[in-house]
Design a protein around this ligand. Structure first.
Ligand code: KIV
Ligand code: ZN
Length: 405
């Protein structure tokens, strides 16, 4: 096994082939905004769409045009402004929603209608109060109608992972025959485990006629913390689009996090030989923007974008990182747009990091003064949760003053 924390090499880039490309479908502006309290205004949505487009997202799900006039207007404006990405609008399986979505994405360089319906017995019986046959008919109607408006149609089987396998195959086949170009398999309630997800995608690819002519997509929620693992399992089974959000924002426990999916593929290219179009150096900026506009803080220990993702406090880790960053970092901070790793000074920090910190602050102490200062620093760190640079400066200045007395 090769362990590296450097970005992919030029050779790896040259070896990229289209069949290994994973399309990144970002739904921060739709599923992400469905997260309670994460509503964004028009201007904020424009800013998020702009950065998603710039960082290389393949498809931006800009909103749910039939949900409100505001949603319609922001989807339509993003469709006009976007330079690179396909712009998708969500629609339920009814003519009004589909026409509205078609109208909203009409001005995009490349637009997509994304239509869905619940297919599981639970959704059919309780939410939709429709029979299996009625849902089947709605799939045919909705995809056909969308396809009459636009060439790029995605169809989602909501709650696919709790749908009877034979029925799932039937409705997926109906969607393909009616003209869907992408088939999305949502794990709507985050119930699946990776092996099951592999089995579902594998089954669909093997059993459904026409499966080779469409792109299979994953849309995994994180209720059991498995959204990213399930998405990657789907890719292993042949899915070539991952639906995800910045910071993993989304309904309940959220969606698969874009930054985690992208960096997992990039960092573990040895076992997942795929690639995405994302400029990963823009990840930190996108994360900060989404956090700021939604007022949703990013948890400190969140993978890739958390404040602590490149911070080291333990003396053993700090010593290792100072000798060679790969000892405790599997990717470089620069590769995700973070300026540098940080050594956090606390009670677990050792001499090596303390000496480096003093050097950074412009101090060179002799051996005895250094030892005294280190003992005092440890005592301070025991009393104080956060030891700031100013604390260390005060402590060393005191040490120097005492030595001069
Ligand atoms: O989670 C889900 O099933 C969805 C669909 C609308 C794709 O968000
Ligand atoms: Zn969802």
């Amino acid at each position: 096994m090769t362990v590296s924390n450097s970005p992919a090499s030029a050779d790896a880039f040259a070896a990229r082939s289209e069949k290994d490309r994973i399309l990144i479908f970002d739904t921060t502006l739709r599923d992400g905004e469905q997260c309670p309290g994460a509503t964004m205004n028009f201007e904020e949505k424009m800013q998020v769409a702009e950065i998603l487009d710039e960082m290389g997202v393949d498809i931006i799900e800009a909103g749910f045009p039939a949900a409100s006039v505001g949603d319609f207007e922001s989807v339509a404006e993003i469709a006009k402004r976007s330079n690179n990405a396909v712009i998708a609008g969500l629609a339920r399986a009814n003519p009004k929603d589909i026409d509205r979505a078609g109208e909203a994405v009409r001005h995009a360089k490349r637009g997509r209608i994304h239509t869905f319906i619940g297919t599981s017995p639970l959704h059919r019986q309780y939410q939709l109060q429709m029979s299996a046959e009625q849902v089947y008919e709605a799939v045919v109607m909705s995809v056909t109608r969308a396809r009459n408006l636009i060439d790029d149609v995605e169809w989602s089987a909501m709650d696919a992972t709790r749908t009877e396998p034979d029925y799932l195959c039937r409705v997926v086949e109906a969607a393909i025959k009616s003209g869907a170009t992408t088939i999305n398999i949502p794990d709507t309630v985050g119930y699946t485990v990776p092996d099951e997800f592999v089995d579902i995608i594998t089954m669909l690819k093997e059993r459904v006629p026409g499966a080779d002519d469409v792109i299979f997509s994953t849309h995994c929620h994180n209720d059991l913390g498995l959204a990213v693992a399930n998405s990657l399992a789907g890719v292993k089974a042949g899915a070539r689009q991952i639906e995800c959000t910045i910071n993993g924002l989304g309904e309940r426990a959220g969606n698969a996090a874009l930054e985690e999916v992208v960096m997992a593929i990039k960092t573990r290219n040895d076992v997942m030989p795929y690639w995405t179009n994302i400029d990963s150096t823009m990840i930190a900026r996108a994360s900060r923007l989404v956090s700021a506009v939604t007022a949703f803080p990013v948890q400190y220990n969140k993978a890739i974008v958390g404040k602590n993702a490149f911070a080291h406090e333990s003396g053993i880790h700090q010593d290792g990182v100072l000798k060679n960053a790969s000892t405790y970092e599997i990717m470089t901070p620069e590769s995700v747009g973070v300026r540098a790793s940080s050594l956090v000074m606390g009670k677990h920090s050792g001499r090596h990091a303390f000496r480096e910190k003093l050097r950074d602050l412009g101090y060179e102490l002799g051996d005895n003064a250094f030892e005294d200062a280190f003992v005092r620093f440890k005592a301070l760190a025991d009393r104080k949760k956060h030891v700031y640079d100013e604390d260390i400066e005060a402590l060393v200045d005191q040490e120097i003053a005492q030595a001069n007395d």
